[in-house]
Design a protein around this ligand. Structure first.
Ligand SMILES: NC(=O)c1ccc[n+]([C@@H]2O[C@H](COP(=O)([O-])OP(=O)(O)OC[C@H]3O[C@@H](n4cnc5c(N)ncnc54)[C@H](O)[C@@H]3O)[C@@H](O)[C@H]2O)c1
Ligand SMILES: O=C(O)C(=O)C[C@@H](O)[C@H](O)[C@H](O)COP(=O)(O)O
Ligand SMILES: [Zn+2]
Length: 362
């Protein structure tokens, strides 16, 4: 078992990573948690609920009244309607300011339940219990939110959890597609900050990759933790965690939410960002070379090949990193040296079109 403390402006919380934690969650919460709360609402999607909700409900019910609410699966739930549905569930359950929400699930439940916790009665306690590999990223750092039809994560709040309880035994039931999705964010952490992590991920035999070593997971969590610790509200370096995301979010929005996994979209976005970096004259990794190992690892680059440059540009215009109408893009000045550059529309269109042509010969 590993524990990592994350200091935020409101409080310090602990991330605990281990097996079977879901069976005794109180051990991993702040000591005063059961005394200070009057009831809990556990939120999960249908798939996660079918595997783990009963274990988690029973464990929490040892000390507090527990309610549960189960949502349909998918990114579509990170929407105004999903948000409204959960707020109504909070009201019907009688949650008040001494209650807490337990987000049991992947990044969709984490972001959505987190935003409900951030805004219900102007904010109540949140515990993150991640169940996907991707959620080693989404459960840390307090970004919560929902999508707008015009763009990903455009509505949200920073709301730090009381604890992150990561029972990695739950990853045993994760399908291959979701492993690939989660590896996407680990690869991102490697590209922006940790060469050893990146190298070890490259060495993984993709076929055997439906598992994760404690060491690799810890390295990836460490990258996220260090950055959010230094820049909780994305005033500066936290934007580096958005490497690959300007295009990823545009691809997700234009394809229709839920059509691509977030991690696969990020991998597509990172390869394009590497290409942009080189076109600007920087010395980061070569996009074509990286694309080869990423393809062998299992990623599809069809989204990049098929992107409609004009629509993608429009979607990028809503990115939260933009200032004064200009698109700000994370590229690598060199290996593990992210920087932000400002790109004009012509440049972006030129790079997207050129990249698609070059992809055809790769
Ligand atoms: N807040 C952040 O910092 C942050 C970071 C990265 C991604 N995100 C967001 O996270 C979301 C993606 O999260 P995700 O990839 O975890 O998606 P998800 O929550 O939809 O989970 C993916 C799929 O796996 C299933 N699943 C979850 N846990 C399982 C388990 N243990 N066993 C079997 N099946 C399981 C789910 O039912 C779903 O079908 C996106 O909306 C993205 O924008 C947020
Ligand atoms: O924690 C962050 O900061 C990140 O950017 C992590 C990303 O992996 C994540 O997808 C995040 O939700 C994107 O943030 P957004 O501000 O672009 O919505
Ligand atoms: Zn992401």
């Amino acid at each position: 078992m590993q524990t990592i403390d994350v200091a935020s402006s409101s409080h310090t919380y602990t991330i605990t990573v281990g097996k079977q934690l879901r069976l005794s969650p109180y051990k991993y919460l702040p000591d005063n948690f059961p005394r200070k709360k009057n009831r809990l609402l556990i939120l999960a999607d249908e798939t996660v609920a079918s595997y783990y909700l009963e274990d988690v409900r029973t464990a929490y019910a040892e000390k507090l009244p527990v309610h549960t609410y189960v949502l349909p699966v998918g990114e579509e739930m990170k929407s105004f309607s999903g948000y409204e549905e959960l707020l109504s569930a909070c009201l019907q359950t009688g949650l008040d300011r001494e209650s807490a929400i337990i987000a049991l699930g992947g990044g969709v439940i984490g972001d959505l339940a987190g935003f409900v916790a951030a805004t219900y009665m102007r904010g109540i306690s949140l515990v993150q219990m991640p169940t996907t590999l991707l959620a080693h990223d989404s459960s840390i750092g307090g970004k919560t939110g929902i999508n707008h039809p015009e763009g990903k994560n455009l509505i949200g709040a920073f709301h730090q959890p009381e604890a992150v309880i990561y029972d990695i035994e739950m990853l045993d039931t994760l399908p291959k597609k979701e492993w690939l999705c989660g590896f996407g964010e680990m690869i991102k952490h490697g590209y922006i900050a940790d060469p050893q992590l990146l190298e070890q991920l490259k060495q993984l035999n993709q076929c055997a990759a439906l598992t994760i070593s404690d060491k690799l997971l810890a390295s990836s969590i460490a990258v996220k933790k260090e950055i959010v610790h230094e820049d909780e509200r994305e005033q500066g370096i936290r934007a580096y965690l958005n490497f690959g995301h300007t295009l990823a979010h545009a691809l997700e929005q234009t394809a229709g939410y839920g059509m691509l996994t977030h991690g696969e979209a990020v991998v597509n976005g990172m390869v394009f960002a590497l290409y942009v970096g080189r076109r600007l004259g920087y010395d980061g990794p070569d996009a074509a070379e990286e694309l080869r190992w990423l393809r062998a690892f299992g990623y599809s680059f069809t989204p990049l090949k098929q992107m409609d440059s004009a629509r993608i540009l429009q979607a990028m215009k809503h990115d939260k990193k933009n200032r004064g109408g200009s698109v700000r893009y994370v590229v690598l000045a060199d290996a593990q040296q992210p920087i932000i550059v400002t790109l004009d529309d012509e440049q972006l269109l030129t790079y997207m079109d050129a990249f698609k042509k070059e992809m055809e010969v790769t």
